[in-house]
Design a protein around this ligand. Structure first.
Ligand SMILES: Cc1cc2nc3c(=O)[nH]c(=O)nc-3n(C[C@H](O)[C@H](O)[C@H](O)COP(=O)(O)OP(=O)(O)OC[C@H]3O[C@@H](n4cnc5c(N)ncnc54)[C@H](O)[C@@H]3O)c2cc1C
Length: 379
């Protein structure tokens, strides 16, 4: 019946399913949750406010091909994300920049630090905090230590349970110090959100005559690995299996479990038009949550209510959602064993953040799926 089985109806699975369907293949998409969209899933709550069930999702990219591809399935609302951090009782823009220094320090000191930064780095440069900490100049060192302590250290401890030094440098580099005044959180060329939300966009991607969708079905129930071969509904399946779920689960954790960080996501709806100044406010040093996001900033709506989300990080237990891969040497090695095993299956394609055990932003996930599909077709 089917030429291709796609496990997971998140963004990666949806792109792969769509591409195969458009190339004339009959595709079965299997999704264990009761909805499509993976972690990008959004929905209108009872107050008519569009909320992101698995944490705030902001689309930003420099990749025009990805924008053009997704534009086939949605109209966009231009939106540039702003994040403030609560530091010493003040709200200052993130990434930490000249604008943040001007809010926190006496003006003469802020100006002096700006000059010192400009003498060393170029205007607009994004400097990872660990690199800034290598500065030998006393005042720059003071600045680096201040930012490290007030912006990074306690946030990272909350988010990851370890210090910035212990974490993969790719992660800390994602929130750099900005040598400049741009107060936007992202500086990518394209920053927007789908006008009707991510779920509607992904629904359109999956809406194709060649695509059948099964929700609330763990792939394990119908797709089995028997003697190194796949069986679908109990019969040998020689078509392509695109797997976007967790790679360790696919192989029954035989080399051990890969570690993730998870989040308790706590939504609150309040009877007030506005809760906070920016879409997201980070609390690096206070409380147990890392940040609060107010969705009305992202998706404008006229309502006397507003919905906010507090994120409480935690290790990923049995019943928790695996949100962020926990990169360290041990887990990297475990992943490599699974990846090598996966290579031995000719008809298996692993794609997406869980299958590749990588943090992918949405644009990366789309670009990666398109690239993988092209490679399959060249085979
Ligand atoms: C808290 C958070 C915030 C984020 N914010 C942003 C942001 O602001 N901007 C941005 O660009 N990106 C953001 N991302 C990243 C974004 O979520 C990912 O890029 C995107 O979800 C990747 O899609 P995916 O399909 O690879 O994975 P997923 O969305 O995880 O989809 C995988 C799907 O596979 C299903 N599945 C797994 N195993 C099975 C199985 N055995 N059987 C059937 N189905 C299965 C899962 O239920 C899930 O629906 C964020 C991620 C998180 C966790």
């Amino acid at each position: 019946m089917f030429d291709v089985v796609v496990v997971g109806a998140g963004l990666s699975g949806a792109v792969m399913a769509r591409e195969f369907a458009e190339s004339g293949k009959r595709v079965l998409v299997i999704e264990k949750r009761g909805h499509i969209g993976g972690n990008c899933y959004d929905e209108k709550n009872e107050y008519g406010i569009l909320v992101h069930r698995y944490g705030p999702h902001l689309f930003h990219t420099d990749n025009k091909e990805v924008v053009e591809y997704l534009s086939r399935f949605c109209d966009w609302e231009l939106y540039q994300h702003r994040v403030l951090a609560s530091i010493d009782g003040m709200l200052v823009p993130l990434p930490f920049s000249f604008a943040s220094m001007r809010k926190l320090f006496p003006q003469a000191l802020a100006r002096k630090l700006e000059e010192k930064l400009l003498a060393r780095f170029s205007y607009g440069q994004k400097v990872p905090i660990l690199k800034l900490r290598e500065a030998d100049d006393t005042e720059l060192r003071f600045l680096a230590d201040f930012i490290y302590e007030k912006v990074f250290l306690h946030y990272t401890l909350k988010q990851w349970g370890i210090t910035p030094e212990e974490i993969d440098p790719e992660v800390t580099a994602r929130v750099p110090v900005l040598v400049g005044t741009d107060e936007r959180y992202f500086t990518d060329r394209y920053q927007m959100v789908p006008k009707e939300g991510y779920t509607k966009m992904i629904t359109k991607m999956l809406h194709h005559l060649n695509i059948a969708l099964m929700l609330q079905t763990d792939a394990k129930e119908i797709l089995r690995l028997v003697d190194g071969k796949f069986q679908l509904f109990g019969k040998d399946f020689t078509g392509v299996v695109v797997y976007t779920g967790a790679i360790d689960a696919l192989f029954d954790y035989r080399f051990g479990k890969l570690a993730y960080r998870s989040l308790d996501l706590v939504f609150e709806t309040l009877q007030t038009e506005r809760y906070q100044e920016a879409a997201t406010v980070n609390y690096p040093n206070d409380y147990d949550f890392t940040r609060i996001t107010e969705f009305k900033h992202i998706h404008k709506v006229d309502s006397p209510f507003t919905t906010i989300l507090k994120e409480f990080p935690k290790p990923c237990g049995e019943k928790d959602e695996p949100f962020y891969p926990f990169f360290d040497e041990t887990n990297r090695k475990i992943y490599e064993k699974y990846a090598a095993l996966a290579e031995t299956f000719k008809n298996l394609i692993l794609v997406g953040r869980l299958a590749e055990y990588r943090y992918y932003d949405m644009d990366d996930a789309v670009a990666r799926a398109l690239e993988v599909f092209k490679k399959v077709f060249q085979r």
